[in-house]
Design a protein around this ligand. Structure first.
Ligand code: DGI
Ligand code: FE
Ligand code: FE
Length: 195
């Protein structure tokens, strides 16, 4: 890991002060679950925890600040045409590099794609995406079934998770970010090809 990365306690304090207490509790839940999933599926638990710590760092920023970060980065401005809920993931990845000195592309990818997912998700991206959905504080219809799947079928749990998210977006008449559709298609194709 890059030398610029601040020590863990300072990082935790800095992230914590950018969010309300309930979001900090969620972040701790994602850290715990991401480490468990990383150990279970052979990813690096240190990277999983680092991505989890930072995944929602920008969630409570003002919309203008998120937009400015995304425009400054320049590579992912198309997300500004979709739901604002998606923006914090890109803004978070950008500041993780700029302000927290994270240069590990796996960690940055896990932060950047923790909301939308994408085609060809890396193992660490899958783990953080799923940990975000099933951490102990989450409570929505079907979450326990997804937790059960996550015990032994990572991709099955992910597809069930994307189904839930997509169903929610359809129900709310929201536009769907294309990467989310691609993520689900790709996971289904992967499952078909391994059976
Ligand atoms: O930040 P969290 O609340 O922990 O969770 P998240 O980063 O997964 O954000 C989820 C929100 O994003 C949820 O309310 C649905 C919303 N959203 C809006 N458009 C899309 C979307 N989520 C996905 N995956 N794809 C979209 O197109
Ligand atoms: Fe998030
Ligand atoms: Fe989250």
């Amino acid at each position: 890991m890059d030398r610029k990365v601040m020590d863990r306690e300072a990082l935790l304090a800095s992230v914590r002060e950018q969010m309300p207490e309930r979001r900090w509790v969620h972040t701790q839940g994602v850290m715990e679950t991401a480490v468990i999933l990383a150990k279970r599926y052979g990813a690096d638990p240190v990277k999983a925890e680092l991505a989890a710590i930072l995944h929602d760092v920008a969630k409570f920023w003002k919309v203008d600040k998120m937009e400015a970060a995304i425009r400054e980065e320049g590579e992912f401005v198309d997300v500004l045409n979709y739901d604002k809920e998606l923006w914090h993931a890109h803004a978070g990845a950008y500041v993780s590099r700029r302000d927290y000195g994270i240069e590990d592309e796996e960690v940055l990818g896990a932060i950047r794609y923790h909301t939308s997912g994408r085609e060809g998700m890396a193992l660490l991206e899958r783990i953080v995406w799923l940990a975000d959905l099933i951490e102990p504080g989450r409570d929505f219809p079907g979450v326990d079934a997804i937790r059960g799947l996550a015990e032994q079928d990572l991709n099955g749990a992910l597809v069930a998770g994307f189904d839930t998210t997509l169903g929610f977006l359809v129900e709310k008449k929201k536009r769907i970010y294309p990467l989310t559709v691609l993520a689900r298609n790709d996971l289904l194709a992967e499952i078909e090809n391994t059976n």
